[in-house]
Design a protein around this ligand. Structure first.
Ligand SMILES: *Cc1c(COP(=O)(O)O)cnc(C)c1O
Length: 225
């Protein structure tokens, strides 16, 4: 039952917040509904979830058409440049800003400033999207004049097969990178957010300072059964 899973996850989030000095006082739970149909997604909303995450425009748009702006919409997947115009003015947060061509297209198409997480490939795995940590400072400098992009924080995905120790190192690195970037002088406003942590690693992410966790399977998986 989603109610039970939600209760458990909220409890574990609270425990993780209280168990670490590095944690934020508040963590936003994003329900990742990419595996669910429109009707199944309505069940998630009825259970009280206020933030939904989708990773493909084809998944997002029909759900937005039915559910509307009663929830906050997060686009968490890698975004093709040619799809930007379809969704950039309907989402509340973009978690996957990872290249200049995408930044250029957002600057061109967005009617309002868009809250963006810059995606970083902390693990260095070639299969993962995201900027290398060494590219980050330059990227932030380049987008500094883009008034349609509000860089609010950094996002990463830890490899599914990494050890707990490795995962923790990567989340810690993302936090340090955010803090380093806030010292560069390229940002008009400091970045305060960290989008990290999924079903298997959200407690570690929170202990390392996550402010947004993106949870699919552990939270909404029962709806599919
Ligand atoms: C699917 C997905 C998630 C959620 O994954 P689970 O392991 O099901 O919790 C989180 N973030 C991104 C970017 C995803 O694509």
């Amino acid at each position: 039952m989603i109610q039970n899973d939600l209760q458990q996850i909220e409890y574990k989030i609270e425990q993780a917040i209280q168990g670490s000095k590095l944690s934020a006082d508040h963590v936003t739970l994003i329900a990742v509904t990419k595996q669910l149909s429109v009707d199944q997604t309505k069940v998630v909303v009825e259970a009280g979830l206020k933030h939904l995450g989708e990773n493909r425009p084809e998944g997002l748009l029909p759900k937005q058409a039915e559910i509307g702006s009663s929830v906050t919409w997060h686009f968490i997947g890698s975004l093709q440049t040619r799809k930007v115009k379809d969704l950039i003015n309907t989402i509340d947060y973009l978690h996957s800003l990872d290249r200049m061509s995408l930044a250029d297209e957002i600057q061109k198409r967005a009617q309002q400033p868009v809250r963006c997480f810059i995606q970083v490939n902390v693990s260095g795995e070639s299969s993962k999207h995201g900027l290398a940590d060494t590219e980050l400072s330059n990227f932030i400098q380049q987008i500094a004049s883009y008034d349609k992009i509000l860089p609010i924080g950094l996002m990463t995905m830890a490899p599914a097969d990494a050890s707990e120790e490795d995962i923790r190192k990567q989340f810690k690195r993302l936090r340090e990178l955010r803090d380093e970037m806030n010292q560069t002088g390229h940002l008009k406003q400091p970045m305060t957010e960290l989008s990290m942590g999924m079903s298997g690693d959200y407690e570690i992410a929170i202990e390392e300072g996550a402010t947004f966790v993106r949870i699919g399977t552990a939270l909404v998986g029962s709806i599919k059964e």
